[in-house]
Structure formats: C-alpha cells, structure tokens
Design a protein around this ligand. Structure first.
Ligand code: PMP
Length: 352
C-alpha cells in the first residue's frame, strides 16, 4: 500500500443493475417504466434552445419545486429536488444522520442504504423483516440515530400500512425518519399526508419510475420547512447547481400532465395484476407487490438458473446473490407484450 492510500476514503460501491443494449431485448431488470415520458416532455425537449446552456441553471430549481409543491399540496419551501432520489437520499443521509448513533433500516431493502452509511461513516443496524418479508414496526423502537425504509419496500414490493408507518415516526420523534417512496404511485398509501403532523418526517420520491424519466435523473424530498432548509444548506455546501436546465424544464412538463401519469400508472398496475395471475399458475410464489415489479421464487427451479436462462433469451431480470433472497428474482413490470413474452418463456421452461 502506498503512503497516500492510507488517507483514501475507501468504500465498497453500490452495483447498479446492468444496462445492456441489445436489439430485441426485454429489459425488466431496473424497474424503469416501459412507457415514454408525457408527450409535453418530448415537445419541450424539441423546443429547447442550446444557447441558454451558456448560463447556469436556477440554483433553487424554483420552477420544479413550485410545480411539485402545487401537485402535492405543499408550500414551495417544503420541497427539495436532486439528481435522482439517490442524490436526494445521499444528501439526506449526510444532513440528518449525523449523531454517531446507529441508524436503522430493514435487512432486506434497497442496497444503497448501507453503502451511503459506509461512505459517510454512519453506524447502522439492520432490522430483520419477518418470515413473510414484512417490516416489524416494533424493531424501530430502539436507541437510534435515524430511520429509513422504502414503502413499498424494495426488492419485495410489499407496502406497509400507513398506521404502521405513523407508529414508527411517532416512536422516533427525536430523530429524522425517511420514507423512501420510489414506488408509491403503483400502490400503497403515501406518508405525505403526515408531513404537517410530524416535523421529523422526510418523504422521498422520484421521476424514474411512475414518471418514466430514469434517464433524466430527478428525485425530490418533501417535509417540514426546516428539514428542507437543512437539506439545502448541505446541498449549497456541496454543489449549488445540481439540477441542469434540461431537467428543470422537462421535470415541470412531466408534473403538469396528471392525466398521462394516471393513465400509464394504471396500465402498469393492470399488467402487474395480470402477471401475478399468470405466474401463480406456473407455480411461482411472491408477496402481493404494490410496486412496478414482482419478487418471485419457485419451489422447483433455482432463481439463478432461471435468471441465466432468461438472459440467454435476452430477457433481463434482477438476481441478488444475498442472504435470505438468493432464490428470488425481481421482475420489473414492462408492457403487456413484454410480460406475455416472459410468461411464454417461463411456461415452456417449467413444462420441461
Ligand atoms: N429508492 C429505491 C427503493 C429504489 O429502488 C431506487 C431505484 N434504484 C431509488 C431509490 C433511486 O432511484 P432514482 O435515483 O432513479 O430516483
């Protein structure tokens, strides 16, 4: 080891899902939306003036925070935006989990949480999900420096009742509780309604799933004004211009088209329910997902083998080689046609 290497901030990085680019592939591995963004996004993109890129964007991202505030019935200073919810969450970890006490999150959950904790030297304790993969709310009643969990949880897709979520927030009023609602628009009840009641609640959402804009990188947090101010203080101390001009314009267009958002979200929910029925017939088991993916296992076939066989057919799903979940596949809900192709393949595979 070189002398300077002793001073490096080392971390084992998060590994995002593959982004293959193969003709005819069916990509069900990173929970993207199979439908394009709202039509207004495409027209605004065409009308964008490259000349304007000469200038810095609005550091406060006011057009976007304003549009989101209006959509969610909040004040503009109750909304914070970032480069995808990953950026918002990383910023929130840095801002709020600073006590030196361990933060709490489920043992099976979004696998970025422990990476941010490691990166920022935040101690943490994982709380085991029960045997049906439900969050055990009583586990979050102990000494801690903050709490974070997704609702619906990833990669299980299970949504927790809002009363259970409120219980966790109530029990932890001396720390910040972050509810990561990346998948909330596909089912489950948002905790946004609790923001006025609890000043320690931060709700984080994203444009990557229900708003079909994973490639644009927009995420946002909603909460009490002072939480948002603290987040902004950290953001301005790190990078004032997180949101580029394109993201600001296109993000507003996506929020404005409520009808398109409702229509595409509903289509995905319908396709998810159809896929559940078909996979059940083929002997798959899974929790009742409220997200845009299913987390499935089969008694007879190993998840890893299925993953490889699907990949051979250029159907990409996600496999996590981790304790408790190494015989599961996470399958994103695509278009009806894509799910039909997946089901046809699995029908043939399980008939062998
Ligand atoms: N939270 C959860 C639970 C997720 O699954 C994801 C998607 N990988 C994210 C946050 C981050 O999504 P994005 O940065 O695209 O908003």
């Amino acid at each position: 080891m070189k002398a300077w290497e002793k001073n490096v901030r080392t971390v084992v990085p998060y590994v995002p899902g593959e982004q293959p680019n193969q003709p005819g592939m069916i990509k069900l591995n990173t929970n993207e939306n199979p439908y394009p963004p709202a039509p207004g996004v495409a027209s605004a993109l065409r009308e964008m003036d490259a000349e304007a890129l000469r200038l810095y964007p609005d550091p406060a991202a006011s057009d976007l925070t304003g549009a989101l505030a209006e959509r969610y019935g909040l004040e503009e200073d109750q909304v914070f935006v970032g480069v995808g919810s990953d950026d918002v969450l990383a910023m929130a970890f840095m801002t709020f989990f600073h006590s030196g006490r361990p933060i709490l999150f489920p043992d099976i959950t979004y696998s970025f949480y422990d990476v941010w904790a490691d990166l920022l030297r935040i101690p943490y304790e994982c709380q085991p999900l029960d045997e049906n993969f439900n969050i055990v709310k009583e586990n979050y009643k102990k000494y801690n420096g903050g709490v974070i969990f997704p609702n619906p949880n990833a990669p299980t897709g299970i949504a927790q009742d809002l009363t259970d979520i409120e219980y966790i927030i109530q029990q932890n009023q001396d720390v910040v509780v972050i509810v990561d609602e990346a998948y909330i628009d596909f089912g489950g009840e948002s905790a946004v309604s609790l923001i006025d009641k609890y000043d320690n609640l931060l709700v984080v959402q994203t444009f990557s799933k229900s708003r079909s804009m994973a490639g644009m990188r927009i995420g946002f947090a909603m909460g009490n004004k002072s939480l948002i101010k603290y987040l902004n203080d950290v953001k301005y101390s790190f990078n004032s211009y997180t949101m580029d001009r394109t993201a600001l314009v296109l993000g507003v267009e996506a929020v404005k088209d409520e009808a398109y958002f409702q229509e595409t979200t509903e289509k995905i929910i319908q396709t998810r329910e159809w896929t559940k029925r078909e996979l059940k017939k083929l002997g798959f088991h899974f929790a009742d997902s409220c997200a845009n993916f299913l987390f499935v296992t089969h008694e007879k076939y190993l998840a890893r083998d299925l993953f490889e066989a699907l990949k051979q057919k250029r159907i990409y799903v996600r496999y996590f080689n981790k304790p408790r979940i190494d015989n599961f596949l996470r399958i994103t809900i695509g278009t009806g046609q894509e799910m039909q192709a997946l089901v046809d393949f699995l029908k043939a595979y399980t008939a062998q």
